[in-house]
Ligand binder design. Structure first.
Ligand SMILES: [Zn+2]
Length: 200
């Protein structure tokens, strides 16, 4: 009992974000069957890692800290003023709860309408490029408390969910770049890979 009391006082420790070249980034992650204390602790550590990174992260997926389970954390709304009534139902629901962890997130459907925007990734530092994705998605997920939710998401939340769920399927935003942007990013991808492999 004493130990769990003390545990709560200790700030979750930040984790190393793995970069291109780490095998966890290219694996399909496994669904979470039971939300154990270990899953909750990992989520807390991922949130600290996302928030304390030098480049401000708006999302992080478990494979990015080397764990292949279907868990993501999000922080797409830090400013309460951005929680305006014109936002999508998902943003209205989830923005006030950020930073937030989602268990087994999946997209039940995506809009035909597409949107192109610049993306970056904490696992691909030094790389950015334009990615075209569906504008809106219908999200299904569980919270850390095990509560199920199903909600339509737009805006940055929609883009971030698609980017993070890609991570759970072993995909990187680099894969979506057009040939020209891939060509520009390729040398950086290679050097990240060399550095990451040297750490293993
Ligand atoms: Zn990423």
């Amino acid at each position: 009992m004493m130990l769990s009391f003390l545990d709560k006082l200790v700030k979750p420790r930040r984790m190393r974000i793995v970069c291109n070249g780490h095998p966890a980034l290219r694996k399909r992650s496994l669904p979470i069957v039971t939300i154990t204390p270990e899953v909750r602790e990992l989520a807390a550590r991922m949130i600290v890692t996302m928030l304390e990174n030098e480049i401000v992260g708006v999302g992080l997926a478990a494979p990015q800290v080397g764990v292949n389970i279907r868990l993501i954390v999000l922080n797409t709304c830090t400013d309460s003023k951005r929680c305006a009534p014109t936002l999508s139902p998902g943003e209205l629901l989830l923005n006030p709860q950020m930073p937030l962890a989602l268990v087994n997130p999946e997209l039940l459907s995506v809009s035909e309408e597409m949107d192109t925007a610049e993306e970056g990734c904490l696992s691909l530092p030094g790389i950015s490029g334009h990615v075209t994705r569906p504008l809106r998605v219908l999200l299904s997920a569980r919270t850390l408390e095990g509560e199920g939710l199903q909600v339509e998401c737009g805006g940055l939340l929609s883009r971030c969910l698609q980017h993070e769920i890609d991570h759970l399927d072993g995909k990187l935003f680099y894969d979506h770049l057009d040939q020209d942007e891939q060509k520009i990013a390729a040398p950086v991808m290679k050097s990240l890979e060399r550095r990451e492999k040297a750490l293993q």
